[in-house]
Design a protein around this ligand. Structure first.
Ligand code: CUA
Length: 347
């Protein structure tokens, strides 16, 4: 045997091993309930409906796979050529077999189609529980998320709060290009399309209280991968407290760095793009900053909301997230510290 001849089986074995390792790696993430974006441990009714469907189809596929591969293995072994030159009998055409392998897959497809279509219809209908839903409008921007609660008078960005046990009805749209709203633990993706409103609903479980990751799921430009969000599922009491806090006007900076930062901010170009309720900052191009200090992250979930990160973000927004709309004249290090102190005080 030539060298090339003995190399090929080894390459095939190696490729198979690598593929297996990658798939197994994926499985450990799938089987890990604390994996941040796992879809197989749903935290809402809608997520569970999708997961049940997925489970049903998965186990049907397992039965088909084992059946077909088992039959194939049996055939390969049972009908192999045992001796050199032995003639193997050939069969051509078998009506019963051909009818069977047409009818059986049709039945399997029907068994998949009926629950799939009914789940799609359930998702399209109004939510099953309509008492006191929380309405949220989600607006995709390049590259951040705007969340508006029309009934509660709350506008925020990148961090969505919802109460456990109450249905959230969500209207998704976009201010520029097509994005896709996706919090894997809560259910499927919904496209955010300019001039269109797509709807979805889900009821976060009581057991889902906590922080969940989400992200844009439709390629929307340079920073698509950094268009992240957090969903905080709160207890009813914590949600009410959060709403009260978000409805309040911006806290007045009392003194010191925060107050100097406030004066600087009001004189800067920042006010043409950002809103801080109760001040003359009324821009709508960037995120509402009225309570930016209460958020855990900045730059759409990219970095933690600390004074140092905030100052760095203000000094070098293009270095942190190239292509974003924040194009500032050079801010001195001391001014950036004052801006950060002010923004951090907005709780
Ligand atoms: Cu927005 Cu991808």
């Amino acid at each position: 045997m030539t060298r090339a001849g003995s190399l090929r089986p080894r390459l095939i074995t190696l490729s198979c091993a690598i593929l297996f390792a990658i798939s197994a790696g994926g499985c450990t993430q799938l089987a890990n309930p604390s994996a941040p974006q796992s879809t197989v441990f749903p935290g809402s009714d809608w997520g569970r409906m999708i997961q049940d469907l997925y489970g049903l189809i998965f186990w049907m596929a397992v039965v088909v796979f084992v059946g077909v591969e088992g039959f194939l293995l049996y055939t390969v072994i049972r009908f192999r050529r045992r001796r050199e030159g032995e003639a193997v009998s050939q069969t051509h055409g078998n009506t019963l077999l051909e009818v069977a392998w047409t009818v059986v897959p049709s039945i399997v497809l029907l068994m998949i189609a009926v629950p799939t279509i009914s789940t799609i219809f359930i998702g399209d209908m109004p939510p099953p529980v309509t008492t006191n839903p929380v309405r949220v409008t989600v607006i995709g921007h390049q590259w951040w998320w705007e969340f508006r609660y029309p009934d509660l008078g709350v506008v925020t960005a990148n961090e969505l709060h919802l109460p456990a046990g109450r249905t959230a009805t969500i209207e998704v749209t976009s201010a520029d290009v097509i994005h896709s709203f996706w919090v894997p633990k809560m259910g499927g993706k919904v496209d955010a399309i300019p001039t269109r409103i797509n709807t979805m609903w889900f009821t976060p479980d009581a057991a889902a209280v906590g922080e969940h990751f989400g992200q844009c799921a439709e390629f929307c430009g340079l920073q698509h991968a950094n268009m992240r969000m957090r969903l905080f599922v709160d207890t009813a009491a914590n949600f009410d407290a959060w709403v009260q806090q978000q409805r309040a006007p911006a806290s007045a900076a009392a003194a010191g760095d925060a107050q100097q930062g406030a004066e600087l901010f009001q004189r800067s170009a920042c006010i043409t793009c950002h809103t801080i309720k109760g001040t003359n900052a009324q821009g709508t191009i960037g995120p509402d900053l009225t309570h930016v200090g209460s958020r855990t992250t900045i730059a759409a979930g990219m970095i933690d909301n600390t004074p140092e990160n905030l100052a760095h973000w203000i000094r070098d927004p293009q270095g942190v997230k190239v292509g974003n709309k924040m194009v500032l004249p050079q801010v001195s290090e001391s001014d950036a510290r004052l801006f950060a102190a002010y923004l951090q005080s907005l709780r």
